[in-house]
Design a binder for this molecule. Structure first.
Ligand code: SF4
Length: 685
């Protein structure tokens, strides 16, 4: 953030343009035009940054009018967004245009003075698939680049205030490694006594087989998996001059890489871990960029979300493409709802923000239910979203409960929407199930983003096209709001990577040379030529996300000839029609009416008109007198806080017996269906 804010300032841009004007660059005519428009870029930049930091709002009107910002090459894509522009608010439009403006400048920097530059990644190309440390070392030995120099200057300012004994770098992705090493090199040179450690997702997945000692020229320790215990041990190790045993940590000893593990050490249980601390972070300086005009994509980048997890790891841990052999997936441990909501309250007090992103691998549905109940019990006003599996446990009622507690979106893997391949990848879901679950979310107003995959081992051309047809139908029914296609990657820690023969693929490289190992190259002799479909799949999805092209033939999105889909046009419609009657499985279910009040209006013989007032709806209903009396007695037991919750079974049986009718007959009566639809949630206890 320091680097970006320094470059994207008035003085930063002046300096960049000066340098560019003095050099000779082979750049596109679009980027060259930006140099001619230098003054416009320099005069707008600070206002745009303030706008994206939510510090300056009124400028949105000028930006959205498109008479204010200079428009570089990235603005060409706007033509396709015109429909979106018609339906979005001024601030969204302005945020999107401002993001394009910054990305244009980022492209110009990358093409000239700062080839390593990127907004959330730095020199990513060098660290991707770095089986050997050679390319990284070679890049670090070159003359320092302009942006590397600024990175060092920004880092140095922290050392004016305080000289620490230990500096830790969290490296989540390959695109964070090089920047960390540039910073580590500077610390080594200027403060050689400071110890430097590294951890994070990149180390956890890619550096597990490390044997090349050269990275220890830059760092002293590399820790794997959950960081708390290794870090506590490390601090004690430094304080006790090496007398404490390290845990899950690589060090260099006698020129060789040694992995230290202490069998006596254990990870700190979720129930004991405190809420994350945001102390020292300048939260109001982050940029809310908005680079894809889609409501779900906006959640990722716009605004700031407090991060928590409901559980460590994944309760399913079976999918054959996933890193199920690693601790971050395989070790499942859940937090209790009350501890979780305590942490939410602490984070609200700390940050002032009421938005939560639960960054679970796959949040357990029943943990989500308990979280929602606890939020409602405490009347905590929050918004939250998380990653799920499309489990059938997500009934329409559970979706309503989640929405009432503040759940606004879910993301989940639909992967290849093909029955055969979902089974082969052991995803444990069916397309029918996904359709129904998404309907429950849609009807509750919860947005759904699906992770899609193509190129899974043995996937045929027909299966790829059929999968796209399913996606088209899901968008057509409003069951998905957003999605993203990923090309299947065979990772070293997944069941496919561990046992390619079982999945009929052949590993062809790369040869490991002692540094990073994760993505394995493979061929798929019995599958399609997957490369050919990527562009068409992405183009179709892009259109669907903007509400276009859902009636067009799939062929329209592809440059190559594709087979017709083998799915009927109404496949998803047929899945949605066939919903089973939920009340028939009512054993073990609880009924909840949250914050519901009843007001008796007029009695008409053996019926009474009742006004129902819930937090969301108000309506009148003519009820049998017996039922109105029963509801008066029972209403408190249906509150979320009730010490004696009402079961669905008791509710249905009591109503049916007071009216002397069958349970089936009761479920068909108009007043019952209205109450169930509008105010009652039923879910498994
Ligand atoms: S892909 Fe998701 S659901 Fe499947 S094992 Fe991995 S984390 Fe769990």
């Amino acid at each position: 953030m320091d680097l970006v804010l320094r470059l994207f300032s008035r003085s930063g841009l002046e300096e960049i343009f000066d340098k560019i004007e003095k050099g000779e660059w082979e750049i596109s005519s679009g980027l060259r035009n930006m140099i001619h428009q230098r003054e416009s870029y320099v005069s707008c930049i600070e206002v745009v940054i303030a706008f994206l930091q939510n510090k300056e709002q009124t400028i949105a009107y000028r930006i959205a009018m498109r008479q204010y910002l200079p428009e570089g090459p990235r603005f060409r894509q706007i033509k396709e967004e015109e429909k979106f522009f018609g339906s979005s608010g001024i601030h969204d439009q302005a945020r999107y245009l401002s993001s394009l403006f910054l990305e244009d400048i980022g492209d110009l920097i990358q093409a000239t003075v700062g080839p390593h530059f990127g907004f959330s990644k730095y020199a990513e190309r060098i660290s991707s698939t770095a089986v050997s440390f050679d390319p990284i070392e070679a890049e670090l030995q070159k003359e320092i680049s302009y942006t590397d120099g600024i990175l060092e200057q920004e880092l140095a300012r922290y050392f004016d205030e305080n000289i620490p004994e230990l500096v830790g770098f969290s490296v989540p992705f390959p695109g964070n490694l090089f920047g960390a090493l540039v910073c580590a090199r500077w610390i080594r040179k200027n403060y050689p006594s400071i110890k430097i450690s590294m951890g994070g997702g990149y180390a956890n997945t890619e550096l597990r087989d490390l044997y090349d000692p050269r990275i220890f020229e830059f760092v002293d320790f590399i820790s794997l998996d959950d960081g708390e215990t290794p870090l506590l041990r490390l601090i004690s190790f430094i304080e006790n001059n090496g007398k404490t045993s390290l845990h899950r940590t690589f060090i260099r000893e006698d020129g060789k890489v040694v992995y230290k593990i202490d069998p006596q050490a254990h990870d700190i249980p979720q129930s004991v871990l405190p809420a994350p601390s945001y102390e020292g972070l300048r939260l109001n300086e982050y940029l809310s960029m908005f680079d894809v005009p889609n409501p779900m994509h906006r959640l990722w980048n716009d605004g700031r979300w407090n991060k928590l997890t409901m559980a460590h790891g994944c309760y399913w841990k079976k999918c054959s493409f996933c890193d199920v052999t690693l601790d971050y997936i395989s070790r499942f441990e859940q937090s209790s709802a009350s501890i979780l909501v305590d942490k939410m309250e602490q984070l609200i007090a700390q940050t002032g923000e009421r938005g939560f992103h639960f960054v679970d691998e796959a949040a357990p549905p029943l943990a989500m239910r308990d979280l929602a109940l606890e939020i409602l019990r405490r009347d905590l006003q929050v918004s939250w979203w998380t990653n799920i599996r499309f489990e059938k446990t997500f009934t329409p009622d559970l979706c309503k409960l989640l929405a009432a507690s503040g759940c606004i979106a879910v993301t989940g893997g639909l992967e290849v929407a093909s029955t055969r391949l979902l089974e082969l990848m052991e995803k444990g879901i069916t397309i029918e199930q996904v359709s129904r679950v998404c309907k429950g979310f849609r009807d509750s107003g919860i947005l759904v983003h699906a992770y899609l995959m193509y190129g899974f081992p043995t996937e045929t051309e027909q299966e790829t096209i059929d999968s796209l047809e399913i996606v088209r139908q899901l968008f057509q029914h409003g069951l998905l709001q957003s999605a993203h296609w990923h090309r299947f990657a065979m990772t070293a820690h997944s069941p496919v990577g561990k046992n390619p023969e079982k999945y009929h693929v052949v590993r062809i490289g790369p040869e490991f040379k002692g540094f990073a190992q994760n993505d394995l190259w493979h061929t798929d002799p019995s599958g399609a030529d997957h490369e050919k479909y990527g562009d068409g799949l992405k183009k179709a999805l892009y259109n669907y996300m903007h509400g276009h092209g859902m009636e067009s033939s799939l062929q329209k999105f592809f440059e190559i000839g594709i087979p017709a889909t083998s799915h009927p046009k109404k496949l998803i419609t047929s899945y949605l029609k066939d919903e089973s009657n939920e009340e028939s499985h009512m054993h073990g279910y609880r009924i909840v009416w949250h914050k519901m009040r009843m007001q008796r209006l007029t009695e008409q013989g053996d019926e009474v008109e009742v006004l129902f007032i819930s937090s969301r709806v108000t309506f009148k209903l003519l009820l049998p007198l017996e039922i109105a009396n029963f509801l008066n007695e029972a209403v408190d037991r249906m509150e979320v806080n009730s010490p004696e919750p009402m079961s669905l079974k008791e509710f249905v049986e009591t109503c049916a017996s007071r009216l002397g009718m069958s349970e089936g007959g009761l479920e068909k009566s108009g007043w019952y269906r209205k109450l169930r639809k509008e105010i009652a949630w039923v879910f498994r206890t």
